[in-house]
Design a protein around this ligand. Structure first.
Ligand code: ATP
Length: 911
């Protein structure tokens, strides 16, 4: 540290608690050797990044390596195994205890690897959701990864962003932040740049923005004064986006189920042991049998397999550009019955191009597509015109371009946009009309702003003219702008009475082509304090309309159709005009009877007018909601849910957060959406595309199918093993399978066969059946019957085979080896059957899932080793068996498979 300076760029790390809020804004800028307009230089920023480190908080460690390894032993089942191992060792059954401890170790190893992989996968998912910040460096506004921010950076924030570092404000317009993540205070607090008493506590520092808090309204700019661990957030060690776990309601239920089962089985084992001893059976033998019962009947692989299946589902969804933020979403997705999607950007491309400019006296067509300035304005007679051809046109283009925050820069032959596509389009059309930056910004610097918000639906700016005068410019939704106007501008700049009828007819005409129409207005000579009164007084002059094309996304139509056939209703929700919305909806096949007034298209105003009684029915029946405010979105979700729908809802704005939280699945937009919406969402679309939601639903259904398949596959084994042992104890018979052998079956088949079901591709029909009723139990009656059937087959088959082998002269190890191989053979055939819950295994073709083929080869090799390798024979008390025994095994396994196939055929319906 140099000198006595508390902080600053030369002082190493900024000192904690530096009182930046007590300094005038310009002194904070000086302290950090920055510039309030140009920000830092690129080189200086790079050098500071080196010195201060990246703007990230240290990753939450999930414990040291040793702790993570030890954690694997902390499961009830492992405790049971360890106790069993210790007792068997005490009884000098060293082989059994070696196998038991071997299993404990292998189990821990698998658990450890899976946990690490799942964590790495979640870490990767988090990285997919971008966090960028808007900074000014070298005088140019640009987006940089939030991690690259350094002290001294000039950052810009606006409604919707998550504050990326601790910032001393230099400018603020209607700025409010939600600091609940830091202070617990959930009411948004107003922010400005005034100097505060240095003793002001953190919660009251209204000239500071704190890392991790959310900007809920307005705009602002400030200097970064602390990054990473030095921020208030870093200081109190509260991490943003607390580590996600892989738990879902289903995994929790299954884990609880296995715990209860463990206790029940242990009690049963203890009682059996006691009963056996009381009846005079040999203690060691009875104990071994009780251990066998316990380890066989507990479905130890179940919770892990469910977690892995979910994790694979999440990875598949990520591969299709849907990032799941909250694991329960994976389960709920498959049950979705209604998808409410935004229009702009989700069903359409959000690539705006102004196609037509309407002024009270003339209409102009615009050529050229996209953000490139190639194209021109044409009068109706086809001649190319410039902005100056009409005063109304000139003011209309100026309002569109100057009341505007979009920044377009040329990059790699294309155009890079920071800001709103609507605004970008308005800037581009002004360029096509011959207006340059001199007209738009240099000659008339902006002095005040009424920022755009979805509620306000317009934006207005106050500018100072070179000559000292002031002017107001505004743009926004037609109704809102007309509400601010008293007259309309003519070709010569003269002001005439407002002709609402003609304007409404023009809007209707343009919107019916699916064009998005915005109105512009101006006040050429305004008072310097024109923005002092809020709401703005009605004093502006209407200058014209700009109609822009936003093409529907190419994949939207097919995705809407796919949702329909999957029994999912699709509804469009938009802030746009009803006519525009219904034209776009019609184009993507959303409407049956296009046009307003037919019950399929409802506007926000119509929604408000509905009685409480009529509301839910009308909402359920409508397909397009236009001019809807964010609060109305929340009510829409609630009404749909009250009618029993499972609602997936998209949102991008700050005020969509309540609706996203309320929806069963809230979906945020990764590209154009705000971080506030992302924070509230269960899933983020990295491409903003509606088709991605449809893909995620499809994956969600697939995941649920695979979970069910695994459970239907695994339960009979545990049940069968438990019953065989129980029967042996009850009848006082020799155990057909030993504890170590049961452990072998459970461990190897779960890994080599069962888990492979998690990789099963989706079945062809997933999107042509109705959504899953979430109230329906995981295993339907038909599946329960199948589980019982297979368990019964296993018990009967192994018992019969064991007895047959014994009766025909096989030794005990040989008969047991045959029984073990029968268990595995039945499971091996059965895994094919489980690949589909409804269709027969033959229909699927044997090679649809290569993982299973690999698993089967590995399992077969394992069984051969178990049967023929002397070391394995020694360890597991097995023995080589005859060809005849193998024949019987296969005949029985084939018979079992046939019975299952028959059962499936008899219940030829979806389960
Ligand atoms: P969606 O809800 O489908 O995303 P949207 O973009 O039209 O649609 P909002 O962003 O809430 O929804 O916009 C509502 C209306 O406000 C728009 O129809 C438009 O008339 C107007 N508007 C949109 N963006 C701006 C802007 N940057 N400045 C001024 N007015 C705007």
């Amino acid at each position: 540290m140099s000198g006595g300076e508390a902080s600053g760029p030369r002082a190493g790390r900024p000192a904690a608690g530096a009182h930046h809020h007590g300094l005038p804004a310009h002194e904070a800028v000086l302290l950090w050797e920055s510039d309030a307009d140009r920000g830092l230089g690129g080189e200086e920023a790079a050098e500071r990044l080196e010195r201060f480190g990246r703007n990230v908080l240290p990753a939450r460690s999930s414990g040291g390596l040793l702790r993570r390894v030890l954690r694997q032993f902390h499961h009830p089942l492992v405790h049971v195994l360890v106790i069993a191992g210790v007792i068997t060792a005490a009884l000098r059954e060293y082989l059994d205890s070696t196998v038991i401890f071997g299993v404990v170790l292998v189990n821990a190893l698998i658990g450890f690897v899976q946990e690490s992989r799942a964590e790495a996968a979640l870490e990767g998912l988090r990285a997919m959701v971008r966090t960028t910040a808007t900074v000014v460096r070298d005088g140019r506004r640009r987006r940089v990864p939030s991690a690259d921010l350094v002290p001294g950076d000039l950052v810009m924030v606006e409604a919707g962003v998550k504050v990326p570092a601790d910032v001393r404000l230099l400018r603020a317009a209607e700025l409010r932040t939600d600091e609940s993540s830091l202070t617990g205070e959930s009411v948004p607090v107003p922010k400005d740049e005034v100097v505060l008493d240095p003793r002001t506590p953190v919660a009251d520092r209204r000239n500071m923005l704190h890392s991790g808090t959310l900007v809920t309204a307005g705009r602002g700019a400030g200097i970064v004064v602390a990054t990473g661990p030095e921020t208030e957030l870093g200081q109190i060690h509260r991490l943003v986006g607390a580590a996600e776990t892989l738990a879902t309601p289903l995994t929790a239920k299954l884990a609880a189920f296995s715990r209860v089962l463990t206790v029940v089985i242990l009690a049963l084992a203890a009682v059996t042991f006691a009963a056996g001893v009381v009846r005079g059976q040999e203690a060691v033998r009875t104990f071994t049998a009780a251990v066998a019962l316990a380890v066989g009947a507990i479905p130890e692989g179940l919770p892990a397999a469910v977690t892995i299946t979910l994790a694979i589902g999440v990875a598949r969804m990520a591969g299709r550009r849907a990032v799941v933020r909250r694991m329960p979403a994976v389960e709920t997705l498959g049950s979705t019955t209604v998808i409410c999607a935004d229009k702009t950007g989700t069903l359409t491309e959000n690539q705006m191009t102004v196609r037509s400019v309407w002024t009270p006296d003339a209409v102009f067509d615009v050529t050229g597509v996209g953000y490139a300035p190639d194209g021109a304005l044409h009068a109706r007679d086809g001649t190319v015109v410039s902005a100056g051809t009409s005063q109304a046109l000139w003011w209309c283009l100026l309002a569109g371009a100057a009341c505007n925050d979009a920044v377009l820069t040329r990059r790699d032959g294309g155009w890079d946009l920071v800001g709103d596509p609507t605004e970008a389009a308005m800037r581009v059309v002004a360029g096509k009309g011959g207006m340059g930056t001199a007209d738009v910004s240099e000659r008339r610097p902006r002095v005040d702003t009424v920022p755009f918000s979805s509620e306000r639906q317009f934006m207005a700016t106050l500018h100072r003219e070179a000559g000292g005068g002031h002017l107001v410019l505004a743009k926004g939704a037609v109704e809102r702008i007309l509400d601010l106007c008293t007259g309309q501008m003519g070709v010569d700049g003269g002001i005439r009475p407002l002709d609402r009828g003609t304007i409404a007819a023009a809007v209707e005409d343009l919107a019916s082509d699916g064009l998005r129409v915005l109105a512009t207005a101006a006040l050429p000579s305004a008072a310097p304090d024109a923005f002092a009164a809020r709401p703005l007084p009605r004093s502006l002059v209407f200058t014209g309309l700009q109609a822009m094309l936003d093409p529907p996304r190419p994949a939207a139509t097919a995705a809407v159709r796919a949702c329909r056939s999957a029994g999912i209703a699709v509804k469009m929700i938009t802030g746009d005009h009803a006519v525009t919305a219904s034209a776009v909806a019609d184009r993507i096949g959303l409407l049956e009877q296009p046009g307003p007034g037919k019950g399929e298209v409802l506007t926000g105003a119509e929604l408000t007018a509905l009685s409480d009684h009529a509301y839910p029915g009308a909402v359920d029946g409508a397909r397009v909601f236009a001019r809807v405010s964010p609060e109305q979105k929340l009510h829409l979700v609630q009404a749909l849910q009250a009618r029993g729908q499972i609602v997936t809802m998209t949102g991008d704005g700050v005020n969509d957060a309540p609706a996203l939280r309320q929806a069963d699945i809230g979906v945020a937009m990764g590209r154009s959406g705000t971080q506030v919406a992302e924070d509230a969402a269960d899933m983020v679309l990295t491409d903003d595309d509606f088709a991605t939601i449809e893909a995620a639903v499809e994956e969600g259904r697939g995941v649920f199918d695979n979970l069910t398949k695994f459970i239907v596959w695994t339960l009979p084994t545990n049940m069968g093993e438990g019953l065989v042992v129980l029967a042996a104890i009850l009848f006082g018979a020799t155990l057909p399978i030993l504890p170590a052998q049961i452990l072998w079956i459970n461990m190897t088949t779960a890994v080599a066969l069962g888990l492979m079901l998690a990789f099963e591709p989706k079945e062809a029909g997933v999107m042509v059946r109705p959504p899953r009723d979430p109230a329906r139990p995981l295993l339907t009656g038909a599946l329960v019957v199948r589980v019982l059937l297979v368990s019964a087959l296993l018990v009967a088959g192994s018992w019969w085979l064991f007895t047959w082998e014994r009766d025909t002269g096989a030794t005990l190890p040989e008969a047991r080896t045959a029984a073990v191989n029968l268990f595995v053979a039945v499971e091996l055939f059965y895994v094919f059957s489980c690949r589909s819950l409804t269709r027969s295994a033959w229909r699927l073709g044997p090679f649809g899932n290569r993982w299973i083929i690999g698993g089967i080869l590995a399992q077969t090799a394992g069984q051969l080793a178990l049967t023929y390798l002397p070391a394995m024979n020694h360890l597991f008390r097995t023995a080589p068996i005859s060809g005849g025994a193998w024949l019987r095994i296969f005949a029985l396994a084939a018979l079992a498979t046939l019975v299952v196939a028959l059962d499936k055929r008899l219940r030829h319906h979806f389960v």
